[in-house]
Design a protein around this ligand. Structure first.
Ligand code: CS2
Ligand code: MN
Length: 347
């Protein structure tokens, strides 16, 4: 495995210098954040990002994410133009030496939580999700804005988009995803960029919007939509793991050759469709992290891996889910488990 850490660019309160000092972190996962969704990323902008990261002694390992325009997900408007732009971005990323791109196909909203700074008994704060609270939230009311969401919508734009989704079923979303893959993966194969879809977080419908990358049988269906190693996965333990019926280690064994990027994070299921983000340690949450990492190790996983969201600890202020300290502890924990697996497994 190749250990990485997410960095949100120059505006991230976490610096590349700090990231470099976390043991075993050789590369960062980043993106260009100021290009509107749907526009092609120019080669020189990608090279500028890469240079900044390399000047700090790190590699630009994965792009997370190249976002998918809503017209592609709804299958109308200017989808062909946006797909064409997506392909230009992939070509430019490849030219810059990038080999792995993460994206998601969640309508309108990326990861969603009901509270960003829920205080845990130990005094740290974490992101939590409570279905009843989310059900009462008005996506038009500005109740919550999450760091992963595209903040560029006007209220009217958001209203129109949500209305458009009223007529879009899960099957429509599958068809639109296939339309996208049929065009994009062909280019990904040509330029040797592995595409890695991130599962939906949480893995169920929110605000009445369809969500499809949610469970094993759907991931199987996804992989068959375009059967190529370039059509792969970002397997996020924390996103899928909030459903007790999702067995993450089993998914790793089943899909390993198609997992290009592993997100490692623990979550504590606190009720039906309710969860808290936990520290990475197994005993802090509902997932068995050793079992999950052993599955990767057994499969000879050599893709990229990163600690995913962390809590806010030691008084840190920063981007919810993406502070330095708890994620660094997560990386150290993953390193420890991996080293143990390396040294105790008969080759
Ligand atoms: C999240 C997402 O779980 C996660 O990694 O932070 O925002 C994720 O980066 C995107 O869904 C990937 O496209
Ligand atoms: Mn993730």
């Amino acid at each position: 495995m190749k250990m990485t850490f997410r960095w949100y660019g120059e505006s991230d309160p976490v610096t590349l210098e700090q990231i470099r000092q976390i043991p075993n972190i050789k590369g960062v996962v980043s993106a260009i954040y100021d290009i509107p969704v749907g526009e092609a990323w120019p080669y020189d902008r990608i090279m500028k990002l890469k240079q900044t990261v390399e000047d700090a002694g790190l590699a630009l390992s994965v792009i997370e994410s190249v976002p998918v325009h809503e017209d592609i997900k709804t299958g109308d408007g200017d989808r062909d133009r946006y797909i064409e732009n997506y392909c230009i971005t992939l070509r430019n990323l490849s030219k810059a030496g990038i080999d792995t791109v993460c994206y998601n196909f969640m309508p309108v909203f990326d990861w969603t939580r009901s509270e960003l700074d829920h205080r845990l008994p130990d005094g740290s704060t974490a992101l939590i999700y409570d279905e009843k609270t989310v059900a009462k939230m008005n996506p038009l009311g500005g109740d919550l804005s999450l760091p992963g969401w595209d903040a560029s919508y006007t209220k009217e734009g958001m209203k129109a988009l949500l209305e458009k989704y009223q007529t879009i079923t899960e099957e429509d979303l599958w068809n639109n995803l296939k339309y996208f893959l049929d065009r994009v993966i062909k280019v990904a194969e040509e330029v040797h960029v592995k595409m890695a879809i991130h599962p939906d977080d949480p893995p169920w419908s929110i605000f009445g919007l369809p969500r499809i990358i949610t469970k094993k049988e759907n991931i199987e269906r996804f992989l068959k939509l375009y059967d190529s190693p370039y059509n792969g996965l970002t397997l996020c333990s924390g996103s899928l793991g909030v459903l007790a019926s999702n067995d993450i280690a089993d998914m790793v064994y089943s899909f390993c050759s198609r997992i290009h990027f592993a997100h490692i994070r623990n979550v504590k299921i606190t009720g039906d469709k309710c969860f808290e983000e936990a520290g990475h340690l197994s005993s802090g949450g509902s997932l068995d992290m050793v079992k999950i990492l052993k599955a990767y190790h057994d499969c000879g996983f050599c893709g990229y891996i990163r600690p995913d969201h962390g809590r806010m600890i030691w008084g840190e202020k920063g981007r919810p889910g993406y502070g330095l300290y708890d994620r660094a502890l997560g990386a150290a924990y993953i390193n420890g488990i991996w080293e143990t697996l390396e040294k105790t497994t008969q080759k």
